[in-house]
Design a protein around this ligand. Structure first.
Ligand code: PLP
Length: 223
């Protein structure tokens, strides 16, 4: 499957999921997850109309953003505090702010660059010990702390549900925490479960393998 067909199939599935949920497809933004993909594949996607790319590694984001101007970059990977400077100002939205020390560093870097960095808080919605993200019970407190920082704009939540089991309850909980805290953006849903995430209000879906054709090793929450 080529990238243009993969994108078209994913867009059609987004449209169908929106129709089922009574949502306007314009309220769901598709992020093409491009980590480790060659630039030629990103150029192909851009030529097919894809405008937002999601990268997981700070260095790779920097290189690709320089090589492919005119598109929007989102940072969706684990972010070490000492790499914050590579991402601030390059990523339109950082999805993985999950601790105060990182938020403080992002704000410091954004302030120095005289800009406001948009971020999402990553929630460890399944409370998995090995996973990044603030625990659901601690999200409100971290949000208050992040909101007090001068150069960050916290606009929503991001989650990656556990690989095992149904993702729906995790999407529901993430949406509930966002609503309770007055947050509008919800980054949730990947190749296997973006249609379910849309039913629960996802505003950003992060899709990799369903676009590029490779099958995920942990194939599917959904049939
Ligand atoms: C944070 C994040 N979101 C989404 C994806 C895309 O996953 P998939 O290839 O299953 O669509 C990845 C893939 O690495 C990821 O790391």
């Amino acid at each position: 499957m080529d990238v243009a067909s993969g994108l078209a199939a994913v867009r059609a599935n987004i449209a169908r999921a929106c129709a089922r949920a009574g949502r306007d497809p314009a309220t769901v933004r598709l992020i093409a997850v491009s980590k480790t993909k060659p630039l030629s594949m990103l150029q192909e996607a851009a030529a097919a109309g894809q405008r937002i790319f999601g990268e997981n590694y700070a260095q790779e984001l920097r290189e690709k953003a320089e090589a492919l101007p005119g598109v929007e970059w989102h940072f969706i990977g684990a972010l070490q505090t000492n790499k914050a400077k590579l991402v601030v100002g390059r990523a339109a939205l950082i999805h993985t702010c999950d601790r105060l020390a990182l938020a403080q560093e992002l704000s410091k870097r954004a302030k120095a660059a005289e800009m406001v960095q948009r971020v999402l808080l990553e929630v460890n919605v399944g409370r998995e010990p090995q996973k990044a993200g603030v625990l659901p019970a601690d999200a409100g407190r971290l949000l208050d702390q992040v909101r007090a920082l001068p150069a960050l704009s916290c606009e929503g939540l991001m989650c990656i549900p556990p690989a095992e089991g149904a993702p729906a309850p995790h999407f529901a909980l993430t949406a509930q925490i966002a609503k309770r805290n007055g947050l509008k953006l919800l980054s949730m849903g990947m190749s296997a479960d973006f249609r379910t995430a849309i039913a629960f209000g996802a505003t950003h879906v992060r899709v990799g393998t369903a676009i590029s054709g490779a099958r995920p090793a942990h194939a599917g929450h959904e049939g």
